[in-house]
Design a protein around this ligand. Structure first.
Ligand code: ADE
Ligand code: ZN
Length: 326
């Protein structure tokens, strides 16, 4: 089995329906508006975010968050992943009455537990939510830059991409970069190629979350390849959210052929009926990628990971070991 690595997964969006049902029982909450027959229900991006927020609202204590990270990462390791970066959202913790520090500590505890039982390495990317506005994203950056948690290694921005303009968020990303954090921003998912170009021009991230609608402009695709910007591509999310009509029209193969640095990711796996293992299986089946090519995607993810060089070298060695194993 090819070793897998993931750079783009929202931890609240990774809560399995089974775990959410347990949490709902614990807090006496009715889940019928967003869960049915063991699956999340939503019909467009706005109702997806509502289901996401409703599930997130069932994680309220430090132990709840530790369990969430541990549960997700142990499952990921079982599926052959050796590395995962999770997006964490202090705004969601705030709604539950938890301080950003307590929230990050709790998720960090879950990462440590998962590593102890499976060997998977995990890191956290603090994310601001774009549609909460520039001052909210700045507050998230201030936390990320100052928290000092050894597993917080990146800063990003998710949420409604059609809200605001990248220039509104430059201060937040500058602060994060100056603190030594890696940077990534969602762009080119809900909005077109112009959104990716504006993110590059203003925010100058090391990585782009999605970025797939860059395909609408060949000059921009060349720019992504030339500037070696890493794309966190989430094919099943894209097709489920109707960013592309089907896998046949998904641009992952063209982006790879153009020399872009592409990684495979699950975004909010149970919401999109996916998993990292499923993303790799889909890439093999519909994009015709063989094990060598899949290992190449993992290698790109490890090369672009927001991680210290000793750990990167260790993970690349693990990838190499697995690649030659039968
Ligand atoms: N937050 C969680 N999932 C997201 C996505 N696919 N796009 C933007 N923000 C998100
Ligand atoms: Zn995302």
């Amino acid at each position: 089995m090819v070793a897998k690595a993931e750079l783009h997964c929202h931890i609240e969006g990774a809560a399995s329906p089974d775990l959410v049902v347990v949490q709902a029982r614990k807090y006496g909450v009715d889940t019928s508006s967003f869960l049915r027959d063991g699956a999340y229900i939503w019909h467009d991006f706005t109702s997806f975010l509502a289901a996401y927020d409703a599930a997130a609202g069932l994680f309220r204590t430090e132990e709840d968050y530790a369990l969430l990270a541990e549960d997700y990462l142990t499952g990921l390791a079982r599926d052959g992943a050796i590395y995962s970066e999770i997006f964490i959202s202090p705004d969601h913790a705030g709604k539950a009455g938890l301080s950003p520090g307590a929230y990050a500590d709790a998720l960090g505890e879950g990462i440590v537990r998962a590593r102890a039982s499976t060997g998977i390495e995990g890191r956290m990317i603090v994310t601001g939510i774009r549609h909460f506005g520039a001052s909210s994203v700045m507050a998230a950056a201030r936390f990320a830059a100052g928290c000092g948690h050894r597993l917080v290694t990146g800063f990003g921005m998710a949420g409604e991409e059609r809200f605001g303009h990248p220039r509104d968020y430059v201060g937040a990303f500058d602060m994060a970069r100056e603190a030594g954090l890696g940077t990534t921003v969602h762009a080119g998912e809900l909005a077109g190629w112009e959104s990716v170009a504006a993110a590059l021009d203003h925010i100058r991230p090391a990585r782009i979350g999605h970025g797939v609608r860059a395909i609408e402009n060949p000059d921009l695709v060349r720019r992504l390849a030339d500037e070696r910007v890493v794309l966190e591509v989430c094919p099943v999310s894209n097709v489920t959210l109707k960013v592309f009509a089907d896998f046949a029209s998904h641009p992952l193969p063209q982006l790879l052929a153009a020399g872009c640095r592409v990684t495979l990711n699950s975004d909010d796996p149970p919401h999109f009926h996916t998993s990292l293992a499923h993303e790799y299986a889909v890439a093999a089946r519909v994009f015709d990628l063989d094990d060598n090519a899949l290992a190449g995607l993992t290698r790109t993810a490890l090369e672009a990971a927001f991680i210290d060089e000793a750990t990167r070298a260790m993970l690349l060695r693990r990838l190499g070991d697995k690649a030659v194993a039968p």
